[in-house]
Design a protein around this ligand. Structure first.
Ligand SMILES: [Zn+2]
Length: 281
């Protein structure tokens, strides 16, 4: 174990409030990540840009930096019985330029408005290559635009066939062939799929752009605070060292202690303790 990594915390439009941001900073986080909320989709573009500008100002005035933005779309949508490609992802990149965001996180091989379970028959029947053919051009267009604004696109593993492993993500990355497309490894999703988290980190290598850190007992995606589940965190930290991961550690939607103040502080205290545990047991 080497250093204290910078920690980041996921907020949304509803939790981006002064008192809460102060708590996040005081607990020891240095940046925040943002996730689209449902209300967000109902706002028009000028309204969203105004809200984002306000949010950034509020975040920075509390001594926090923006880090990642978790988007709810890859640009693919279902129309009737068919899935079609749109330029929505590039539009979102355009909308988000200027807000200091490093990584735009999107779920691997997802279709807007289609639940994971409903996508499965399509993927099983037609194979992932069918979806990849559709998504590769919008993904490249969005990545090229993101590159102009110094942003990267990070594809996230989902606990679902064809979408759950680093290998699945690397297939899409190879196809898209852009240096600013990488991986957002969700630790909880990896764990419930039964993969060894440290192996997946090493497999991702320098394509590991960012993370979603949360814990579980290997069964349900419970989004527990790291330490309350059964993930080997010191082993994970050692693997991050091996791939020279330098970015912050974003905690995504963590639960396990009801009181916000105690949750934030305990999550950091436990994380720091785990950083100091030697992984070579
Ligand atoms: Zn996630």
């Amino acid at each position: 174990m080497s250093r204290s990594r910078n920690l980041s915390f996921y907020i949304n439009q509803l939790t981006c409030r002064p008192e809460y941001l102060g708590e996040i900073r005081d607990a020891g986080f240095s940046s925040v990540c943002w996730v689209d909320s449902l209300e967000w989709f109902e706002m028009d573009l000028p309204h969203r840009r105004r809200k984002l500008a306000e949010a950034r100002q509020l975040v920075e005035s509390h001594g926090l930096a923006p880090l990642d933005y978790h988007l709810g779309t890859t640009g693919l949508i279902k129309q009737g019985d068919e899935v079609i490609a749109t330029d929505v992802l590039a539009q979102r990149v355009e909308e988000l330029q200027g807000f200091g965001i490093v990584n735009l996180v999107v779920h691997l091989r997802s279709v807007f408005g289609v639940e994971d379970a409903d996508l499965l028959p399509y993927l099983d029947e037609r194979g992932p290559a069918w979806l990849d053919d559709l998504l590769v051009e919008p993904l490249r267009a969005a990545a090229d635009l993101a590159g102009q604004y110094n942003m990267r696109i990070a594809l996230e593993n989902i606990p679902h066939p064809h979408r759950r492993s680093v290998r699945d993500i690397l297939e899409v990355i190879a196809l898209a062939d852009r240096s600013n497309i990488g991986i957002c490894l969700d630790t909880g999703h990896t764990h419930i799929c039964g993969f060894d988290l440290a192996d997946e980190v090493r497999r991702a290598g320098d394509r590991l752009f960012t993370l979603h850190v949360h814990d579980n007992l290997g069964l349900r995606d419970r989004h527990l605070m790291a330490g309350l589940g059964t993930i080997d965190w010191p082993g994970f930290d050692a693997a991050l060292d091996d791939v020279r991961y330098q970015s912050p550690i974003p905690f995504e939607g963590i639960r396990g202690i009801d009181d916000d103040h105690r949750l934030l502080h305990t999550a950091v205290i436990v994380w720091r303790a785990m950083e100091r545990i030697d992984a070579d047991r």
